[in-house]
Design a protein around this ligand. Sequence first.
Ligand SMILES: [Zn+2]
Length: 242
Amino acid sequence: MKETLVKLFKLQNTDREILERKMMIKEIPQKMKELEKIIGDRTELLEEVEQRLKGNHNKELAVERKLQETKISIERHKKQLLTVKTNKEYAALLKEISTEESNIERLEEEMLYLLDETEGVEEEKREEEKTLSKMKERYEKNKAALEEKKERFEREIEIKKKEREQFATEIEGNLLKRYEKIRSLRDGIAVVQIQEGNCGGCFSSIPPQVINEAKRGDKILTCESCGRIIVYLKEDQGQSGE
Ligand SMILES: [Zn+2]
């Protein structure tokens, strides 16, 4: 019986290893999505900076246009000075020109401020592009690593499936059925070790006399709480031979 229990435990170990790999494979798409989201968010950040830069350029163009218009207007008014008939008209024109000249000063100041601001945003854009390109590089590496991992797990699962088929043939039919039944009810784990007096599956305590029986290993014992088969094995037993 002891030997049967060891075989059963080995079968369980292999099934557990298959299960673990399947679960890890299942997590991969989510991890990929998380990586993609990081890149997406960072791309949005760059787009926002680009948008700001575009806004600044538009403001610069508008100020430039106003400057040109005002300069043309000053020229026109200066020419009119030569043709006006009255002092009153002359004074009004002079006042107009003076206002326009102070407008030009104000617009030029505004332009300097805008150019300075644009320089800052351009620097921000360069930094953001650098960061994004580094992140993309890292993303490609991480993505490749995840894909490689997935393929490796799939290969290992194929190997382990063959191993478990072999182990399964060495176990008597009814016991195997019982094993599969418990496994389907208990998240794929039907055989657990007793760990410090507790069931290794649900962690409820195992009565001392049951532990003693398990140590003898001459019959199939189950946990009263979760129904899993409990075994008491020494360190070197029950390894799946990896
Ligand atoms: Zn249990």
